[in-house]
Design a protein around this ligand. Structure first.
Ligand SMILES: *Cc1c(COP(=O)(O)O)cnc(C)c1O
Length: 371
């Protein structure tokens, strides 16, 4: 099977892990600090805090912004379940927003209708690396006094108005799980706007402690255990950060190859009746996955690709239709009418040219149009 996603890991990542292993300090330490500094430089921002997953990044962002029980957050339904679970775990109430069919990003006009006096935050998602209408979201949030949190799990490296996603909202969350642009094995990061938010995140990711243990260790000081805020153990470890540091050095190659494959697919699918490629604003965005919209043929295309040894899937089940939520049908017409006919096909840097061509041929033959 040609997989949908596959991390590109090599000898250098393995050596980096070996080095941490041999150092005897495996947990939260200098490698995490180095990875945070490298990410800050790549993104062009100042305050980056690394945690153990993208989901933890979303959860801690909400807590660090002071959100909690009774507060309402609005988010798109058609996305990964992380943002929903983070908000529910923080005790929040969730309202779901519809999307634009062209981009699969949130519909600002629907968002405006959903905001009430109880709303405290918006979770903006950049689907498949394409930034949502951030100007409109940020200005709505400013006007109504809401926090903007960004789920940028798909958008590492993407540009919005010439600047990398990362410095726009009050908190921007990234994921480094094994299918993302770069991986740490597992991991996540939060970008915030000021030192005090950064401090809150640093202490909340590590049991509310003011200073991380490794700093005492590195400086030969006696360890203090002063605790001023609530916190959990959600920090990144040096083992994971070491992998991320190597991956970040390779990021430009990953971006280039993903964009190259996406352009190849674009050219191949141009003019195929009944198949629409989701808008991507190439070359400013780094495509996380390659999604096609095939009205009435979603499952047929997936089964056809699977028979040819190619993994393919619906990108997401809408969260408002998950058994956990079970919102009645009819509230999000675009999301509900489109999701079953969206198909993600393989996109990752280690695909060979032959594999890319095989995926193209398989899609074309599903539409009786071999070339
Ligand atoms: C990957 C991902 C996350 C976070 O995932 P983790 O696996 O917890 O790192 C959140 N949102 C979206 C859209 C994602 O794709």
């Amino acid at each position: 099977m040609i997989p949908l996603h596959r991390p590109s890991l090599g000898h250098e990542e393995l050596e980096a892990v070996r080095e941490v292993f041999e150092s005897g300090w495996l947990g939260l330490g200098k490698k995490v600090a180095d990875f945070e500094a490298a990410l800050a430089e790549f993104l062009g921002v100042r305050h980056v805090v690394c945690v153990n997953s993208g989901t933890s990044a979303l959860y801690l962002s909400m807590l660090a912004l002071g959100l909690g029980p009774g507060d309402e957050i609005v988010m798109p339904s058609l996305t990964f379940v992380s943002g929903l679970q983070a908000a529910l775990f923080a005790g929040m109430r969730v309202k779901f927003c519809d999307i634009e069919a062209e981009t699969l990003n949130l519909s600002v006009s629907h968002l405006e209708k959903l905001v009430t006096s109880r709303t405290r935050a918006v979770l903006a998602f950049h689907c498949s690396g394409l930034p949502c209408d951030l100007d409109a979201v940020l200005s709505l949030c400013r006007e109504r006094g809401l926090w903007t949190i960004e789920d940028a799990a798909h958008a590492l490296g993407s540009l919005y108005k010439g600047k990398r996603i990362g410095g726009f909202g009050d908190a921007t969350c990234f994921s480094f799980d094994p299918i993302k642009l770069i991986t740490c094995g597992e991991g996540g990061a939060v970008v915030v706007k000021d030192k005090s938010a950064e401090q809150r995140l640093r202490s909340m990711r590590n049991l509310g402690m003011e200073k991380d243990a490794w700093r005492f260790h590195a400086q030969g000081e006696r360890r203090e255990h002063k605790v001023c805020t609530r916190g959990l153990r959600l920090h990144m470890s040096d083992l994971n950060a070491a992998i991320g540091l190597v991956q970040l050095k390779r990021i430009n190659d990953f971006i280039k190859r993903r964009q190259e494959i996406a352009r190849y697919y674009d050219a191949c699918f141009a003019g195929v009746d009944g198949l629409r490629v989701i808008y991507r604003q190439s070359p400013n965005t780094v495509p996380f996955n390659y999604i096609v919209h095939v009205p009435g043929k979603g499952n047929i295309l997936i089964e056809h690709l699977n028979r040819d040894g190619i993994q393919a899937n619906h990108p997401y089940m809408p969260n408002h239709l998950q058994p956990l939520v079970n919102q009645p049908l009819g509230s999000l017409p675009v999301t509900e009418s489109i999701y079953a006919d969206l198909v993600a096909i393989p996109l990752h840097p280690s695909l060979t040219d032959q594999e890319v061509e095989k995926v193209c041929q398989s899609v074309l033959t599903a539409f009786q149009k071999p070339r």
